[in-house]
Design a protein around this ligand. Structure first.
Ligand code: GLA
Length: 405
């Protein structure tokens, strides 16, 4: 057949393909409706294609913000090499504003701690190649009660944030007058979109109204739990509460079991290794919550594990989940791109134990032969059949990526 001729079968194939594309588009519009249109705009901005990575002030510095601190954190993010690994957002939490708005109703940065203002702060963070996030509340006051909420000021505040060059908003849920979260959180979503600036939108509704079921159409992540504390009990319970919603996460919108406590001193190194591994596997936001200016080597080693971060940032974006539980011995697993499988063998008992994951637990064919990369020892076990088995210390975990032959 000459190149400029088109055969009848090829023509038919093209017609079918084009009409299928039209049907798909119609189905999408029908399924997601008006909210879908908003989500597509957020996605068009390219935000949240993988879980967000960065730092937030709250876990280590609740209400102890300052311009100097944020400068130093941004400096440390770059000088430690963490920014090169993907940690990009420097996020202020509660307590950055004056209690009263100005005469025009604008939010005002607290002069005693941010004397140069927010635009200057954003410029500084941007000059480091990083992005800056801010915090507001979908009620009348923030949780600390030290600054005003954004209820009924959504457009004005979104415009203020955009004018300062803000890249990320965490939107909290205190003092909300019992109004519907869907409405309050949608109003800010629309206001952010209307600014025309791509602003990552993180809903902090604490999982009260099952946001996984509605928030993916308006935001890039949503909290599924109340606040984490720097303890083993708090961390494990956040992991379990978040796990229930695994099927709702994906590129553009992520379940958020709250920020990392790694490096804050309340857990052992093995407990923090479990914390970081499970957050990575569950496609949770990796928002550092320690003082990265002075973290010790062990903390840095955990937070900078490139292979674990790659699981979190895998382009397939499938949240790994708990697939087997025998007492407190657990297997967590999820698919990765290129037919690979991520696995965490997690010993939640208080003494050493052997944990086994059978291929059927991991969704692998019974005849599969895999190479298992151990992401914490950085070594590979070749050609394994039937099951993955390891002895794991108390409160510790082993994390693998399995590549079928
Ligand atoms: C709530 C949020 C926390 C933090 C504090 C700040 O508790 O859930 O993550 O932002 O408010 O006051």
């Amino acid at each position: 057949m000459a190149h400029d001729q088109i055969s009848i079968p090829l023509l038919l194939f093209l017609i079918c393909t084009l009409s299928a594309a039209t049907v798909n588009h119609a189905t999408l519009t029908g399924k997601f409706g008006e909210n879908g249109a908003m989500k597509r705009k957020l996605l068009d901005n390219g935000l949240g294609q993988t879980p967000q990575m960065g730092w937030n002030s709250y876990n280590h510095f609740p209400c102890k913000l300052s311009e100097e601190l944020i400068h130093q954190i941004a400096d440390a993010m770059v000088s430690t090499g963490l920014s090169a690994l993907g940690y990009e957002y420097i996020n202020l939490d509660d307590c950055w504003a004056e209690l009263n708005r100005d005469s025009k109703g604008n939010l005002v940065p607290k002069a005693s701690i941010f004397p140069s203002g927010m635009k200057a702060l954003a410029n500084y963070v941007h000059s480091k190649g990083l992005k800056i996030g801010i915090y507001a509340d979908a009620g009348t006051l923030t949780c600390s009660k030290t600054m005003p909420g954004s209820l009924n000021y959504e457009e004005q505040d979104a415009n203020t944030f955009a004018s300062w060059g803000i890249d990320y908003l965490k939107y909290d849920n205190c003092h909300n007058n019992g109004l519907s979260p869907q409405e309050r959180y949608s109003n800010m979503s629309k206001a952010l979109l209307n600014t025309g600036r791509p602003i990552f939108y993180s809903l902090c509704e604490w999982g009260q109204d099952n946001p996984a079921t509605w928030a993916s159409s308006i935001g890039n992540s949503w909290r599924t739990t109340g606040d984490i504390k720097d303890t083993w009990e708090s961390m494990t319970s956040r992991a379990d509460l978040n796990d229930v919603w695994a099927s709702y996460a994906g590129p553009g919108g992520w379940n958020d079991p709250d920020m990392l406590e790694v490096g804050n001193g309340g857990m052992s190194t093995e407990e923090y290794r479990s914390h970081f591994s499970i957050w990575a596997l569950a496609k949770a936001p990796l928002l550092l919550g320690c003082d990265i200016r002075s973290m010790d080597n062990e903390t840095f080693e955990l937070l900078s594990n490139k292979e674990v971060i790659e699981v979190n940032q895998d382009k397939l974006g499938a949240q790994g989940k708990k697939v087997k539980k025998t007492g407190d011995l657990e297997v967590w697993s999820g698919p990765l791109s290129d037919n690979r499988v991520a696995v965490v063998l997690w010993n939640r008992e208080s003494s050493e134990a052997t944990i086994i994951a059978d291929w059927s637990d991991l969704g692998l064919n019974s005849s599969a032969v895999v190479d298992a990369r151990d992401l914490w020892t950085h070594s590979t076990i070749y050609s394994i059949r039937d099951q993955l088995k390891a002895t794991v210390e108390a409160h510790a975990c082993k994390m693998y990526v399995l590549t079928p032959h």
